[in-house]
Design a protein around this ligand. Structure first.
Ligand SMILES: [Zn+2]
Length: 496
């Protein structure tokens, strides 16, 4: 449907009728209406379309409006709130509609960002101007046409199903919020209980732990199918966002003696209500006081770090969540106590967090346990180090300070995302030949093959390859092309 706009219409802000049109509508001579060209009449009406009015009418009708005006959204509309292939960029899962799509009409593309409402979304999808979008939506809803198309569209069974899904999701989200409050209020401050015994067995109990760790005497455990398995004592920790708001609870199921409970998944996170974000959160176990903060993956790891160093340390819970932790504004130095995983997931997450925090001007140290992964062990964390070696396994205050000053210096010179292949430019980088090295591209590849067989260099290469998928790397110097090729092959190896 194409509309021809009158020049007055184009120049007129919505809701303010041009004088000629208002004069026409004020006319008491109804005969004039009959004589008018229908299209002209529609145009006159169009000038009266008030964006606010259409927006109000569209509220709670967006599923239907979008299905009518943007058929390419079908797969997204069938699974509202879930990731689907982007209707513009295609690919795997680059797009989703917001969970309140029926109220707002909004959605988000991973490449282009959020479209806050249905007008923005339709403009983007159909290449319409705002005016065109407004007209199309107004006509669809029956604001400017005799027949609204909502009723006929609403009959489609899949649209009704989508509506049900949204209602269900909303109910689940409300339930999640209810249970978070319920469980948190039932949980008690730590005393001589199973949580204390559990942490003592992991050698990381401290009386300095904040109120974000509580004891629940009998927390129900549900299996993956939602069956209630039983009730267990539990350590319940509040997970807070950057604003300090509790977004969800982390649970560790225990026995009375302080062992792990005999359940399939000892550690679980409660669902997060829809209006709260998963990213940026942490368990604020201790502190912070001052401008320095430690961040570790696990709760036990963070507590061990606090005991070993006295530095207030938070738990990010998982490697994935570690990447997005946001410390308070007062923090100038962050020490990331990464897990050493065979998969490199811990180190990779730490480097991504480091990169992000450095951009905020925070000095970041990454500490990896200096231990070999023996046998079929998948990972070593700082709680393992603490249990085995106590203070001896940790860097001393002096060495941490040295590390800090080195890092401060290096921060000024080296950016993690820059790879310079000119010999001697960076002693840290696996792709940089040593000072004074001279060779051609073949020699360079030979050098890289040697380094690939060296554990230290190999790890660094792998981490760089993984980092490349998250951060845009700047690769320069005489062997930039070779580095691109090596990184590509490494990423193929990782994927395989
Ligand atoms: Zn997209």
């Amino acid at each position: 449907m194409q509309h021809n706009h009158s020049p007055q219409g184009e120049a007129t802000p919505y809701g303010v009728p041009p004088s000629s049109v208002s004069g026409f509508l004020k006319s008491s001579d109804t005969g004039a209406l009959r004589n008018l060209d229908v299209r002209l009449f529609q145009e006159a009406i169009m000038n009266y379309i008030n964006a606010k009015q259409v927006r109000e009418k569209a509220q709670n009708q967006w599923l239907c409006v979008l299905s009518g005006l943007a058929p390419q959204l079908e797969s997204a509309l069938k699974k509202p709130g879930r990731h689907v292939s982007c209707p513009v960029h295609h690919g795997q899962d680059g797009f989703r509609l917001f969970k309140d799509v029926n109220e707002t009409g909004g959605g988000i593309c991973n490449s282009c960002g959020a479209k806050s409402d249905g007008f923005e979304l339709l403009k983007w999808l159909n290449g319409w101007s705002f005016r065109e979008t407004l007209e199309q939506v107004a006509a669809f809803l029956g604001v400017t046409s005799l027949h609204n198309q909502v009723d006929s569209h609403k009959q489609q069974p899949w649209l009704q199903h989508a509506q049900q899904q949204l209602t269900q999701q909303k109910k689940q989200s409300e339930q999640a919020a209810f249970w978070i409050t319920q469980v948190w209020n039932q949980a008690q401050p730590l005393g001589d209980d199973a949580v204390k015994r559990y942490l003592q067995q992991r050698r990381c109990f401290t009386s300095h732990v904040s109120d974000c760790v509580r004891f629940h005497p009998a927390l129900p455990y549900f299996d993956e199918e939602g069956h209630r398995v039983g009730e267990f004592p539990a350590m319940v920790c509040s997970v807070q966002n950057a604003a300090g708001q509790i977004v969800t609870l982390h649970r560790t199921y225990l026995t009375n003696e302080g062992h792990k409970a005999p359940v399939e998944k000892v550690k679980k996170m409660m669902s997060i209500p829809d209006n709260l974000a998963v990213a940026g959160n942490a368990i604020r176990l201790v502190g912070p006081q001052g401008s320095i903060l430690g961040i570790a993956e696990g709760i036990e790891t963070a507590l061990s770090v606090y005991l070993a160093t006295g530095i207030p340390t938070w738990s990010a819970m998982t490697a994935t969540l570690l990447k997005s932790v946001q410390p308070p504004k007062s923090i100038r130095t962050v020490i990331i106590w990464a897990d050493q995983d065979r998969s490199c997931a811990g180190e990779e997450a730490a480097l991504i967090l480091k990169e992000r925090l450095q951009q905020q001007g925070i000095t970041v140290l990454v500490m990896l346990p200096d231990q070999c992964l023996l046998g079929d062990r998948k990972s070593v964390d700082w709680n393992d180090v603490w249990c085995q070696h106590q203070h001896a396994g940790f860097p001393t205050k002096k060495s941490l300070q040295q590390h800090y000053f080195q890092e401060k210096q290096r921060m000024a010179q080296i950016n993690m995302s820059v790879i310079d292949t000119e010999a001697g430019k960076s002693g840290e980088c696996a792709f940089c030949p040593p000072h004074g090295w001279q060779g051609n591209p073949d020699d360079y590849l030979m050098l890289m093959r040697e380094r690939y067989r060296d554990v230290m260099f190999y790890q660094r290469m792998l981490v760089t390859a993984k980092l490349q998928k998250k951060v845009k790397l700047v690769i320069r110097g005489p062997f930039a092309q070779e580095v691109q090729c090596i990184l590509g092959k490494l990423n193929q190896t990782i994927a395989a």
